[in-house]
Ligand binder design. Structure first.
Ligand code: ASP
Ligand code: MG
Length: 410
């Protein structure tokens, strides 16, 4: 007997039938003798619909009112799921983020959790009740409703699991687990039995949408064992845990990819110590996020600088830099759209030299030009043409034998 936090994503509660199905999942765990806290997302595409509804009223709705609007989505689900549990004869009670004691920074739209006052939930659990908590929302400064950023219900679940010292946090979703790469793109993609927090964090940050990156960060920091699993199928999912418990340090465990990448090149930049920091400070002050950065000296006086940004940010990036051209002192800016980022991730890379070389070799064999590269201890990212993306992912998936079930650890 233990304490389990179960989280159900939007599709898993997308209709009355799905909500009943989720209730069944909750009941199964309860009947095994566990205490249960449930965290839910808004039903189906509710949050998207609310966002577009706001867009019909105002082109620039205030962030506070957006939070007020979006948090209604999760409030619908908590009450319906609680009713479903009650209808089956189970004692359950729903709570908004605020009622559940989820405190955040006073930032609207993307707040971080700063603390959880879990007394109320603990009391209910002691009485044998199932607590159903709205994901994605919290409160700041005593009375302001905030949200944790899109996809933030995962973070609510993990944070509650950490605060309540739960034995486990199960993330129920519409896929059966975390895959070596996106199975919609690569038919031979394989479900992983396990993956380390660090690998998952890289994959989540690289755009593999299964888990909110901040949720993985939380799970790692507090040692919360996570499982990503299907709400419709009963097979076990993917366990996310500390490296040392893993079966094997695979050189490459997964491949992530991201579309809508662009490269901006600033030519003829004065080759002095301050010009780099001035450029990135300027971009940061406009909230523009830069990813991979490459600088090279063309001669002793000038340098050129390339960096990648999201395609949606290119126009503003170029505008901002051109606005400051005289103080930054560069000659011209070029930009290239239609690029993608393909990354390989695996904790075994730390101790295996030559992984990047192997990746470049595979891409070269496919005739794919690599435009930018960045690496960390456990990942290599390349920027390539968008038209080559699928081919690259398939070739790398093959070359690193990701569809092969690894041998069990001894
Ligand atoms: N409903 C929110 C969203 O769609 C939060 C979540 O589902 O995690 O982003
Ligand atoms: Mg999600």
């Amino acid at each position: 007997m233990g304490l389990i936090v179960q989280k159900f994503g939007g599709t898993s509660v997308g209709s009355p039938e799905r909500i009943m199905n989720a209730a069944q999942r909750v009941i199964e765990e309860k009947e095994r003798g566990n205490d249960i806290v449930v965290v839910v997302s808004a039903m189906g595409k509710t949050t998207d619909h609310l966002v577009s509804l706001a867009g019909e009223i105002s082109s620039k709705p205030s962030k506070r009112e957006m939070d007020m609007l979006l948090t209604t989505g999760e409030q619908v689900t908590i009450s319906l799921l609680t009713m479903a549990l009650q209808a089956q004869g189970f004692d359950a009670i729903s709570y908004t983020g605020w009622q559940a004691g989820i405190q955040t920074e006073h930032i609207h739209g993307n707040a971080r959790i700063t603390g959880i006052d879990s007394e109320k939930i603990k009391n209910q659990l002691q009485k044998g009740k199932i607590a159903v908590v709205a994901g994605f929302q919290g409160f700041a400064d005593g009375s302001e409703i905030t949200t944790l950023g899109r996809g933030g219900s995962d973070t609510t679940a993990v944070a509650l699991a950490a605060a309540l010292q739960a034995d486990k946090c199960d993330i129920y979703t519409d896929v059966t687990g975390v895959f070596t790469t996106d199975p919609r793109l690569v038919k031979t993609a394989r479900k992983l039995d396990g993956i380390s927090y660090d690998e998952m964090l890289e994959l989540a940050n690289l755009g593999a949408g299964v888990l909110h990156p901040r949720a993985v960060e939380f799970a790692k920091n507090y040692g919360v064992p996570l499982e990503v699993r299907s709400s419709l199928e009963s097979e076990s999912g993917t366990l996310i845990e500390e490296e040392t418990m893993m079966e094997q340090n695979l050189v490459v465990r997964g491949i992530a990819f991201e579309d809508q990448v662009s490269r901006v090149t600033v030519c003829g930049l004065p080759n002095n110590l301050l010009s780099l920091s001035t450029i990135f400070k300027t971009l940061a002050s406009h909230g523009l996020n830069v990813d991979i950065i490459i600088q090279s000296s063309t001669d002793s006086n000038t340098a050129s600088l390339s960096f990648s940004v999201k395609t949606g940010d290119v126009a503003e990036t170029v505008d901002v830099l051109e606005m400051h051209q005289s103080e930054l002192g560069f000659e011209k800016i070029e930009s290239e759209n239609g690029l993608s980022k393909v990354s390989i991730v695996g904790s075994g890379m730390v101790s295996n030299p030559g992984v990047a070389a192997e990746m470049f070799h595979v891409l070269a064999q496919e005739g794919i030009e690599v435009k930018m590269v960045s690496t960390s201890e456990i990942k290599v990212s390349t920027v390539i043409g968008h038209d080559d993306m699928v081919k690259a992912v398939e070739a790398l998936h093959d070359a690193f034998e990701l569809s092969k079930q690894p041998a069990p650890a001894v």
